[in-house]
Design a protein around this ligand. Structure first.
Ligand code: ZN
Length: 254
């Protein structure tokens, strides 16, 4: 475990694989960690439902995490769903538009999220804002780019006269490495917890448990999650002679 600072962090926590990994990452580093979820009129509310369960389960993994995990906040940003016409907020099929962006892109979403997160962090006295944005194997969302996040950080710090640090631990790693990071942070217990309780599927499907977790298995989010998990698992088999091997399990320290 990294030595923690006494500084606090606010984690953008949606209940998906990425934000759950970010939550564990923050709990490993910061003395005080709060979580924030947004309700923006998503077609499926299953991610929001999973948040509560995930917070409860992650506290049970390590005592120090339980001590550090503080309040949960949810903000109603349904206005975002009112202004955007996307496959995440309307009943329409997922496809790639003429601009080569998938129609799951909600314009302005991360900029709005980070701005509200900073307003909340300002009030709560939290310096670090942690998000699961990633440039590596994503769908090309322009608001997930490192430059976008850095520009937003500058704007927030100037406009609020504070020193916020926007942390994006997944920015340069792919989905296999995200699974690896969760194994490093919380051992097999955390990997299992993310498999079982986090939700990534765009269609909100939770009726079938695949080796990589729940989901429809065919939307872009499920495909990304599944292929990342396959690569992670293959790596473990090479390294340890088997995923969930005893050798690996014995390295897990509570
Ligand atoms: Zn799916």
């Amino acid at each position: 475990m990294k030595s923690s600072t006494d500084e606090g962090a606010l984690v953008l926590f949606s209940g998906g694989q990425d934000s759950t990994t970010c939550l564990a990452w923050a709990l490993d580093r910061f003395a005080r960690v709060e979580t924030l979820g947004f309700d923006y009129g998503q077609r499926h509310r299953v991610e929001l439902d999973q948040r509560v369960q995930l917070r409860r389960s992650i506290k049970a993994l390590k005592r120090v995490w339980a001590e550090r995990l503080g309040d949960d906040h949810t903000l109603d940003l349904s206005v975002l769903g009112q202004v955007s016409e996307t496959a995440l907020t309307r009943e329409m099929s997922i496809e790639v538009s003429a601009s080569s962006l998938p129609n799951t892109f909600v314009p302005g979403r991360n900029i709005v999220f980070l701005t509200f997160a900073a307003a909340l962090a300002y009030r709560r006295g939290l310096k670090h804002i942690v998000g699961g944005m990633c440039e590596t194997d994503y769908s090309g969302y322009p608001d997930c780019r490192d430059d976008t996040i850095k520009a937003v950080q500058v704007a927030l710090n100037l406009g609020m006269e504070r020193r916020f640090v926007l942390e994006t631990p997944l920015m340069w790693i792919d989905k296999a490495a995200t699974w690896r990071l969760s194994a490093e942070l919380g051992g097999n217990e955390l990997v299992e917890l993310i498999l079982e309780e986090s939700h990534t599927c765009y269609l909100g499907a939770r009726n079938h448990r695949h080796p990589w977790g729940y989901g429809c298995g065919s939307c872009p989010a499920c495909e990304l999650r599944a292929s990342g998990f396959d690569r992670f698992k293959a790596e473990r088999v090479d390294m340890e002679g088997g995923y969930l091997s005893d050798k690996f399990r014995s390295k897990t320290v509570r």
